[in-house]
Design a protein around this ligand. Sequence first.
Ligand SMILES: Cc1ncc(COP(=O)(O)O)c(C=O)c1O
Length: 479
Amino acid sequence: MGVGARRGVSAAEVLAAVDSVLPAAPGPVRLATLDTRAADPGMREAAASRGWPLTGHAAETLVTVPVPTPSDRVAAAVGTTSVAEAAALLSGGRLLVAKTVHGPVTVAVAEDGEPADLEPADVDLRHHGDVEATEGLVDLAVNVRAGTPPAWLRTVLHDAVDASAAYPDARPARAAVAAAHGRPEAEVLLTAGAAETFTLLARALTPRRAVVVHPSFTEPEAALRAAGHAVERVLLAPPSYRLGDVPEDADLVVLGNPTNPTSVLHPAGDVAALARPGRVLVVDEAFADTAPGEPESLAGRTDLPGLLVVRSLTKTWGLAGLRVGYALGPADLVAALAAQQPHWPVSTPALAALVACTTPAARAEAEAAAVQLEADRAALLAVLPPGVEVVGTPRASFVLLRVPDAVRVRAQLRDRGWAVRRGDTFPGLSADHLRVAVRDPGTSRAFAAALAAILVPGPQRRDPLSAPPSPDPTDDETS
Ligand SMILES: Cc1ncc(COP(=O)(O)O)c(C=O)c1O
């Protein structure tokens, strides 16, 4: 474990950072840092309290180690472009966790073994809930609104398929989205889903210091890494998972609001405060319309430098398979992203959906769904059995739970017909986290009963209430 820290860091701060990235079942752990930091009482106390050896290395040694996330700022401060990653990789091995900032401490984890494969392989960033929501299970793993797309939208889509012999004309959809958010059309990028924006960003930008705030949707980091960019993680701390410090010189910062998987809704002011000249601030608002009135959305803000707001039609309208979304930002950034798109990137049915879902009537329907969702979420929280911890304050269409022995619990839920989203593929979460979609109260009650039966197993206990409702066409469509 490589550790970088400010002078005078406390043992508790070091251990909190180390524990946030330590694999669930680590082998013997060794701490390594800069020689001048190895003498710090906090660092020594942290190592001693766990019985871990602590080694200090000279900056001249660390600077010779090739690392995925070098930093000129660190070089200027201590004479090596990396402390945490370089110290972790010094004796060869494979980087498991790339440089991760946790308060005043930076940590990286390497595993002894064959010489460095510099791609971090700590979690599968491309694991998403859809692979867990398999046929026949009630889908609480994917957060697409149940009962969608509504009948009127299906009609729009069918008509658009009928009109698909011609190449798509994006102009009406761009105008509709621009009008809905009160922005010029040049500030609107139409995309094949929010996920496309992350790939476009990775292709269009050459960030010096890219930071992704976790735990969060993993596609932005996956896309950046796939394009060859080093990515630094800033891990938000439990239990609130509220926004904290982001490195001042980060020129690309990505976060979600509300955040998948924590369901935390950051105050708009906290998010806006991260915008700076010279920085692209990407706010993934794929779930913004699940909060009534979208109180913390920055979609209408044109005064913040470098702000790109990413939106999706997937969740509220049940259009995951259509691939449709958009981004809002400064015209020059939008143009740079558009230049990376293929010609005709958004299909005729997706464009029709954009027009149809931005009308006042559609927006009123989305708002009503968000209000209903609040009640449904309260109903779910009210029936969860004892022993289940609700993480943070959920504000979106899913809740994050901490459940003892969650790997077993998730497997047994599957046996009983329920799919929930595993938490351990989100950086910063553990195998004890489960993400659960909010559904109607009847479904939530049945789910809670199944969970209770699993958590407190009795002799052949199978509560009739825990039998999942038979999957109806709606469930099939949302899986
Ligand atoms: C936070 C977040 N952003 C974006 C997406 C992807 O959205 P889209 O289907 O529009 O690509 C997801 C999908 O799970 C998500 O959870």
